[in-house]
Design a protein around this ligand. Structure first.
Ligand SMILES: C[S@@+](CC[C@H](N)C(=O)[O-])C[C@H]1O[C@@H](n2cnc3c(N)ncnc32)[C@H](O)[C@@H]1O
Length: 297
């Protein structure tokens, strides 16, 4: 899954507040170190092990992006956009990320997978001027929760949006007491590098940024692999912690295998690994009805 980085090198570094923007809870060096060890095989939507990612791309496909201009901020190695670019050859896809290693991976991935991705190495608070108000959809997958001021990072995304465009934001579900407890137990540093939003604070941040939420919900029924960063972080873990993680990730995978071959279980606040909000830069009655069988409030 796109979120599952392994913190092999170094520790997350906290950075002082950056004034007008927002306090950033992670640094570029940290993300570079994540990408340095990352495999970049094409995303496989026929592998049951990728079920939550498959559910994510199904959700993104309901946004009807054919022929539009789409940008992923903090798009890292471009895994999702490279996949979508194969489905939507007439859509214009761009990635903005401040990690040079992530951007290099995105470019290599695009070449390798034979798709066109425009990759911009830039800070989302100071994007290239030619990208302002250019996109129909601006998405982020596991990015906005790393800033203490959610509204300011969402406003930065909104600046890239054409009038009437849509913003999609996905974050880990640390409103689940189970994921929050285990993450804190296994790595306080990883936990503190995220703002643990619940749906209410996530929606409120969108409203403060001048966005109108159109649809929101949780994604995936269960995924303890979501905690891989905490497990890989340098803090010492006991044998019991490691066995617990192993058991829970195997349990998630067994459930994914069952779901993939039968029917998806409903997402819940308690066990879903992610939550999302789809919003618009101006008021619209609703998205065109789309099938969203894997998501719920
Ligand atoms: C959790 S990763 C998500 C990567 C990607 N969305 C995925 O799912 O594979 C967060 C990404 O946001 C990027 N990022 C964080 N702060 C940023 C900023 N201020 N400007 C641009 N990119 C940033 C990091 O470099 C990293 O690639």
């Amino acid at each position: 899954m796109f979120y599952y980085f392994h913190a092999q090198k170094g520790e997350m570094k906290h950075q002082e507040g950056t004034g007008a923007a927002s306090e950033r809870l992670t640094t570029g060096d940290f993300w570079d170190s994540c990408y340095e060890g990352r495999a970049w095989a094409p995303f496989d939507d026929r592998n049951w092990r990728n079920l939550v990612s498959i559910q994510l791309v199904r959700l993104l496909k309901t946004l009807e992006i054919d022929g539009l201009k789409v940008c992923e901020v903090g798009g890292g190695d471009g895994e999702v956009l490279a996949y979508l670019a194969k489905w939507y050859p007439s859509t214009d896809f761009s990635v903005i990320d401040f990690s040079p290693v992530g951007c290099d991976l995105a470019q290599r991935r695009a070449r390798n997978e034979g798709v066109q991705l425009n990759v911009y190495q830039a800070d989302i608070f100071t994007p290239p001027s030619e990208l302002i108000e250019k996109f129909d959809l601006v998405l982020s997958l596991g990015v906005v929760e790393h800033f203490t001021d959610l509204a300011s990072v969402l406003a930065a995304k909104t600046r890239l949006l054409k009038s009437g465009g849509k913003v999609f934001s996905l974050i880990p579900n640390f409103s689940s007491p189970i994921y929050a407890y285990l993450c804190k137990r296994w790595s306080k540093t990883v936990y503190e590098d995220h703002v643990p939003h619940d749906m209410q604070s996530f929606l409120a941040g969108h409203n403060r940024a001048g966005l109108t939420p159109l649809r929101h919900g949780y994604l995936g029924a269960i995924e303890f692999g979501m905690l891989s960063m905490a497990m890989a972080a340098p803090e010492p873990k006991s044998w019991v912690d490691r066995q617990t993680y192993l058991f829970l990730t195997r349990l998630s995978k067994a459930i994914h295998f069952f779901e993939y071959n039968t029917i998806d279980f409903p997402p819940t606040k308690l066990l879903s690994p992610f939550m999302y909000v789809i919003s618009s830069s101006r008021h619209e009655p609703a998205l065109r009805p789309g099938r969203t069988p894997h998501t719920s409030e």
